[in-house]
Design a protein around this ligand. Structure first.
Ligand code: BMA
Length: 320
């Protein structure tokens, strides 16, 4: 038996790669970015930027290599629009981007913060300059949502995380038109008791399509005497029936360990909302919020995560 845990993600040595001091206008913190590799190879991060009111908006940063030399939009890219969408009055947060082949546009799903809590909102864009806004598509309390890249069984599909009593679990819902959502199915539950993902779970980046199934990286929250810990885990779901969990890792695969992850506006948080895949189709770059303060990068391998999941017990829905 090995004496150490497997290392499935390696942090970039120059982390954090982006923080508020890089911003072309005043910002308190920049974190929890969506990520996508554009057709010309540029990596685009759609970053959550929090101002000193405590409200967030989204701002794009672009880089040729996805690591440095970020070109940040001089002004906010997507602001809350409370005049037309009162459900966004306290800001927009934590975007996830999925390219929708059928529409030739990107689906940006984000958290809209309304007077009665956070819900799930959607906007479509071709160029991250103009957006077609759908407003809130799932009401509070709901967040941590992303679209699948194509229809499944003729319907669009979206993972999201409504809060129910007790707990906060991952659900999947289906839609004929991206606007009206139904056929809600429980997808993955927070575990109980002493588990690292006992209190809440939620999707991290959008699901990753592999030949073996949808690879889903999710965050698990554990409350302890010092507060809470946000860590990252992995599970695999059936390609045709994505509410069916095939494998679920027992252990977390990445947790707060570096100073920039352990100390910040919210201590002990790693919170990825985006990934890009290398040209080899295997190298996985995850972009994550560190301690709700800055943006960091870690790199892994889809194949290695799938192999690790193979060593985990088959999901039997016994949550123990
Ligand atoms: C979650 C979300 C994230 C945040 C995390 C840790 O509920 O609100 O935006 O990064 O808490 O504070």
């Amino acid at each position: 038996m090995s004496t150490t845990y497997p290392v499935l993600f390696r942090r970039y040595g120059g982390n954090p790669i982006l923080s508020a001091s890089d911003w072309p206008y005043p910002a308190n913190s920049v974190f929890n970015p969506a990520a996508v590799r554009l057709k010309d190879g540029t990596t685009l991060l759609l970053c959550r930027v929090e101002d000193r009111r405590g409200h967030s908006h989204l701002c794009a940063a672009r880089s040729e290599n996805g690591i440095d030399d970020w070109r940040i939009d001089p002004l906010p890219t997507l602001l809350p629009d409370p005049k037309n969408f009162p459900e966004e009055v306290w800001g927009i947060e934590d975007p996830r981007i999925t390219y929708l082949d059928e529409l030739g546009r990107y689906g940006v799903v984000y958290t809209a913060y309304s007077r009665v809590g956070p819900g799930v909102a959607l906007a479509l864009t071709e160029d991250f300059r103009t957006f077609e806004r759908f407003g809130m598509i799932l009401p509070p309390e709901d967040k941590d949502a992303a679209l699948f890249p194509h229809r499944i069984g003729g319907q669009w599909a979206m993972i999201h995380r409504p809060v129910s009593a007790p707990g906060a679990h991952m659900w999947i819902s289906y839609s004929p038109d991206l606007r009206h959502w139904g056929s809600h199915k429980l997808m993955l539950e927070a575990r109980h008791g002493g588990w690292w993902d006992a209190n809440k779970i939620g999707l991290s980046p959008p699901p990753i399509e592999t030949s073996r199934g949808w690879l889903v990286l999710y965050h698990g929250v554990k409350h302890n005497a010092a507060g809470h810990l946000y860590r990252l885990g992995a599970a695999l779901f059936d390609l045709q029936c994505p509410e069916r969990c095939l494998r679920r890792g027992q252990e977390w695969i990445m947790g707060p360990q570096e100073p920039y992850e352990q100390r910040g506006d919210v201590d002990n948080v790693v919170f990825p909302c985006g990934y890009t895949l290398g040209a080899d189709g295997d190298t996985l770059h995850i972009y994550y919020g560190a301690a709700d303060t800055s943006i960091a990068l870690a790199t892994g391998s889809v194949k290695a995560i799938l192999e690790w999941l193979d060593g985990q017990a088959e999901e039997t829905s016994v949550l123990g």
